[in-house]
Design a protein around this ligand. Sequence first.
Ligand SMILES: C[S@@+](CC[C@H](N)C(=O)[O-])C[C@H]1O[C@@H](n2cnc3c(N)ncnc32)[C@H](O)[C@@H]1O
Length: 228
Amino acid sequence: MSKAATKTDNSYFDAKVRLRLDNLPAGPEISVLDCFAGHGLLWRAVRRRAVGRKISVLSIDEKPQATGLHLVGDNMKFLPTMDLTGFNVIDLDAYGIPIKQLRLILSRPLRTGVTIFVTFIQSMFGVLPSRFLEDLGYTRRMIRRAPMLVNRNCQDKLLQWLALYGIQSVEIYSTADKKKTYLCMKINKDHDQNPPDQKAKPCVIACYITQGKRQTIKTRPKRKKVTT
Ligand SMILES: C[S@@+](CC[C@H](N)C(=O)[O-])C[C@H]1O[C@@H](n2cnc3c(N)ncnc32)[C@H](O)[C@@H]1O
């Protein structure tokens, strides 16, 4: 791997490893579907530090660079038909915003309590994917006419978007400008049974500024479960 590639793949590497170590599922066996596996450095580092835990990883990457059990190709080709219930961790460590993959995964049957890790990085120009904004109620016209307005507060928008899928709490590491967000969420059985709620946001358990200290930024009450 070139020096440049190493730098890109490993930006905020320690924060990503820490987030995963702090949120490994309980139980003896951890089965990971690593959808943007690269060279597999992240989970290799987690494995080294999670002493006594048995972690098996199925890697997917569009480039043939993974070792161990792996699939080569666009993850969007595999995710629609794979049985995702076999995994208790799904990892989306993308370069940008893996909203297509996340939307697909959240609409598929998942194992109760599965932990999903997501890297969400706003592009240099700060543009958010149109489908993501449309899900949040922005029209194409607004996206075209008011880009400054619709593309700001990216982390807040992400939380609103997750609420549409019934995600009730997330744990976040973030850079101070909130343009790089590393998050972890546990998906419970009712995630697809809750009706979408445009105004709700998940409760943010903690925000880690990547240089170090754990900092609680805000908490919100969990949404009431609607029973009919
Ligand atoms: C940030 S790197 C991941 C680094 C990796 N987590 C590691 O530990 O080495 C993102 C990776 O996603 C891959 N990638 C990007 N789009 C993809 C897609 N649609 N399907 C599969 N792999 C993809 C790239 O080839 C790159 O290796």
